[in-house]
Design a protein around this ligand. Structure first.
Ligand code: ADP
Ligand code: MG
Length: 634
C-alpha cells in the first residue's frame, strides 16, 4: 500500500493567528521552546496517568523524557517526547483549530500585543502555544504515534501559511511525538546549545521529566512542594509561580501547607497580584493541579477549591487519593472532600493573619480579588471567618480609598446599637445625597456603602455578624431604634414646630396625597428620617430592599413599579408651602402637580421611572411659572 498524503486547510481563526505570528518581529521569541516543552510534558503526564491506572500502552518500557537534538548544519531543532502521541483525528482537531471560547477577543488582544512586540504572556495563557513555533520556524514537521494499541504513526507538515499535509506512515515508530523545527534564517540562534540550555533553565526548570539536550540532562527535576518548607527560598517560590502561571510579575503572597491528618497532603498556592480572566475564559482556569505522589492526575481541578477561592493558583499532592481514580469520580471522592475542607480553613486563617499583620497587602488582595471572594457568603460552614474578612466603604471615610471591617464598625457603634446599617448605590457621591441617609447623618450613625450587585446577596446571605448584630438596609431600619439618639449639634436654626391645628391639616394633606397617588403607593406617612429632602420612597418591612428588587426585576425582565411607602417631611419648606396653599384652597391643582412631581422624582432616584416624559413636561411647566414670578422679570 502506498503512503497516502492529504492536504487540509487550517480553520479561519488559526490562519489569522498564524498570520500575526509569522509576520511580526518579537523580542521574546524563545517562548516557543517553553510552549513545545510544556506540551511534551503534558503528553508525558497524560501517559503516566494512564499507566498508573492500568491502561495498556504501546511501548510501555520507554523512559518518560524529553529529548532535544540540535542540528547546527541544517538549522533544525528537533524535540521529541515519549508521551501519549496523537492519532490522525486528534492531530487534525488539536492542531488546526482553536477550540477555546473567546478566540475572537484573544486574536484582537494578540494583534495588540504583537504591536508591543511581546506575546509571551498571552499565548501560553490562552492555550494556543503550539503555534508560537511559527515565530521561529519556516517549516514544522510533526511525526507522532499514539499510545493506543494498533494506531499507525502519522506525519504532519506545514509552513504555517494556511494549509497542512498529513501522511499515514507504514513503518513501526516508537510511541510519542517528534517535532522538527526548520528554523528561519533570522532564528538560527536556536540551534546553539547554550542558548537552548539557558532558555530551558529560565522557563522550564520545574518540568517534572528529564529534558536532555544532545543527550545531556539540563533541568533539575524536583517537586518543590515535597521539599521541607524551611529549605525553600523566596526566589524558588517566585520562580515556581512564574513557571506555573506564566505571569511576569511575582505573586502577592504564597501559601504552603503540609498536613498529616485527617488526610496527608502538600499544597503550594499563590495569590496573584491581579485576576487572570482577561478573555472571560475564567471558568476553565479555576482550580489546583492535583498530583498523587508527583503524578499529575488532573490539571486545574475545580472540585478541590470552592469557587470563591478560585483566584488562587497552585497545586495539591496527596498520597491518599487512589491512583486509579477516574476524573469523573474525583468530585465525590471522600479524600478530595476532606482536603478541600482543610484547605479552606488554612486559606481563610492565612488571609486573617494577613489582614491583621499586613493590612496594606490585605488591601491589595481585596482590590484584586474581592469580586470573587465575596461569593464566600454561600459557604455557610465558614460564615464567621468570612465575615471577619469582608471589607466595606463607609460613611465615616472621607473618600472611597479607605475600607472598614465589621469588627471596626462595631467598635465605633453606639453603645446599645445592635444593627450594622448599610446602603447600596452607584457611587459615594450618589449615596452622600441619598434621602434615606439623612437621619443617620443627623444621629451620627455609621452606614456601610455598598456598590456592587453581589454585596446585597452577601448581606442577606450572612444576615448577622457574630450572632449579635443584624445586618440592616437603611431603608428597612426600625427608626424607633435610631430616633432615641441625640441629634448631632448644628448651627442651623431649629425648624418651627407645627401648631396643633396645622398638625390636623397636615394629616388631611397626607390623606389628599394618598388620594392622588392611589394604589401606586402602599401607604403615605409622615417621615422621621428626612431633613433636607421633602419626600422619599421606602420599602415596606419584610420585603426586599430597592436594590435587590432592581436586580430581580432585571433578571425577570419585570418593568412594573413596586408599591412602596411614600414618606413626607413636614418640616421641609416646600411641604410647608403646600400646607399653606392647602389651607387656602384644598382643591388647588398646583398641589396635585407638586405631589406627582415629588413622587416621580423619588421613583427616578430609586431607579424605577420607566418613562420620564411626564416628569420633564411638568418640570418645564413649573419652571415657566416660577420664571413668570421672577423678581427681575419686568
Ligand atoms: P494547549 O497545550 O494549551 O492545549 P497547544 O496549542 O499548545 O495548546 O496544543 C494544542 C494541543 O495539541 C494540545 O492540547 C494537545 O492535545 C496537542 N499536542 C500538542 N503537542 C503535543 C505533544 N507533544 N504530544 C501530544 N499532543 C500534543
Ligand atoms: Mg500547550
Amino acid at each position: 500500500m502506498a503512503q497516502q498524503t492529504r492536504s487540509y486547510k487550517f480553520k479561519a481563526e488559526v490562519t489569522q493567528l498564524l498570520d500575526i505570528l509569522v509576520h511580526s518581529l518579537y523580542t521574546n521569541r524563545e517562548i516557543f521552546l517553553r510552549e513545545l516543552i510544556s506540551n511534551a510534558s503534558d503528553a508525558l503526564d497524560k501517559l503516566r496517568f494512564e499507566q498508573t491506572r492500568g491502561t495498556e500502552v504501546t511501548n510501555p518500557d520507554l523512559p518518560l523524557e524529553i529529548n532535544i537534538e540540535l542540528d547546527e548544519k541544517n538549522k533544525i531543532l528537533t524535540l521529541s517526547d515519549t508521551g501519549v502521541g496523537m492519532t490522525r483525528d486528534e492531530i487534525i482537531t488539536n492542531i488546526g483549530t482553536i477550540a477555546k471560547s473567546g478566540s475572537g477577543e484573544f486574536l484582537k488582544k494578540l494583534a495588540d500585543d504583537a504591536k508591543k512586540k511581546d506575546v509571551s504572556n498571552i499565548i501560553g495563557q490562552f492555550g494556543v502555544g503550539f503555534y508560537s513555533v511559527y515565530m521561529v520556524a519556516k517549516e514544522v514537521v510533526i511525526t507522532t504515534r499514539s499510545y493506543l494499541k494498533d494506531q499507525p504513526a502519522i506525519r504532519w507538515r506545514s509552513d504555517g501559511s494556511g494549509t497542512f499535509k498529513i501522511t499515514d506512515l507504514e513503518e513501526e515508530l516508537p510511541r510519542g511525538t517528534r517535532i522538527e523545527v526548520h528554523l528561519k534564517d533570522d532564528a538560527e540562534e536556536f540551534v546553539q546549545k547554550h542558548r537552548i540550555e539557558s532558555t530551558i533553565k529560565k522557563h522550564s526548570n520545574f518540568i517534572n521529566f528529564p529534558i536532555k539536550v544532545n543527550g545531556e540532562k539540563v533541568n533539575t527535576v524536583q517537586a518543590l512542594w515535597r521539599e521541607p518548607k524551611a529549605k525553600i527560598s523566596q526566589e524558588q517560590y517566585e520562580e515556581f509561580y512564574k513557571f506555573f502561571t506564566l505571569d511576569s510579575e511575582p505573586p502577592l503572597d504564597t501559601i504552603h501547607v503540609s498536613i498529616d491528618a485527617p488526610v496527608q497532603f502538600n499544597s503550594i498556592m499563590f495569590i496573584p497580584k491581579h485576576t487572570f480572566d482577561i478573555f472571560g475564559v475564567s471558568k476553565d482556569e479555576i482550580g489546583l493541579d492535583l498530583y498523587v505522589q508527583s503524578v499529575l492526575i488532573q490539571h486545574k481541578n475545580s472540585d478541590i477549591l470552592p469557587e470563591y477561592l478560585g483566584f488562587l493558583k497552585g497545586m495539591v499532592d496527596s498520597p491518599d487519593i487512589p491512583l486509579n481514580i477516574s476524573r469523573e469520580t474525583l468530585q465525590e471522592n471522600q479524600v478530595v472532600i476532606k482536603i478541600k475542607n482543610v484547605l479552606v480553613k488554612q486559606i481563610l486563617s492565612h488571609l486573617q493573619k494577613m489582614a491583621e499583620k499586613e493590612p496594606d497587602k490585605y488591601k491589595e488582595f481585596w482590590d484584586a480579588h474581592s469580586k470573587v471572594f465575596k461569593m464566600g457568603y454561600t459557604d455557610y460552614a465558614n460564615h464567621e471567618r468570612i465575615a471577619e474578612l469582608l471589607r466595606f466603604n463607609s460613611s465615616v471615610h472621607k473618600d472611597g480609598s479607605e475600607l472598614t471591617s465589621f469588627a471596626e464598625y462595631v467598635d465605633r457603634a453606639k453603645e446599645d446599637q445592635k444593627e450594622i446599617y448599610f446602603i447600596t448605590g452607584n457611587s459615594r457621591e450618589a449615596l452622600n445625597t441619598d434621602p434615606h441617609l439623612e437621619i443617620f447623618k443627623r444621629k451620627n450613625i455609621e452606614v456601610l456603602y455598598l456598590y456592587e450587585p453581589v454585596d446585597e446577596f452577601v448581606m442577606s446571605g450572612l444576615s448577622k455578624y457574630k450572632d449579635d448584630y443584624t445586618l440592616t438596609a437603611v431603608e428597612q431600619a426600625d427608626l424607633s431604634k435610631i430616633d432615641k439618639y441625640e441629634n448631632v449639634e448644628t448651627s442651623e436654626e431649629p425648624v418651627e414646630e407645627l401648631t396643633k391645628s396645622d398638625e390636623t391639616v397636615f394629616k388631611k394633606l397626607l390623606e389628599k396625597v394618598q388620594d392622588i397617588l392611589g394604589d401606586r403607593v402602599k401607604e403615605v406617612r409622615e417621615s422621621k428620617r428626612l431633613k433636607d429632602s421633602p419626600s422619599c420612597l421606602v420599602s415596606p418591612d419584610g420585603t426586599m430592599t430597592s436594590h435587590m428588587q432592581k436586580i430581580m426585576r432585571i433578571m425577570q425582565k419585570d418593568e412594573s413599579v413596586p408599591q412602596k411607602i411614600f414618606e413626607i417631611n413636614k418640616n421641609h419648606p416646600l411641604i410647608r408651602n403646600l400646607l399653606a396653599i392647602y389651607k387656602t384652597d384644598p382643591k388647588e391643582p398646583f398641589i396635585v402637580e407638586s405631589i406627582e412631581q415629588l413622587y416621580e422624582s423619588a421613583l427616578l432616584l430609586e431607579g424605577y421611572l420607566n418613562d420620564p416624559h411626564k416628569l420633564v413636561n411638568r418640570m418645564q411647566t413649573i419652571l415657566q411659572k416660577s420664571s413668570e414670578w421672577h423678581p427681575n422679570k419686568k
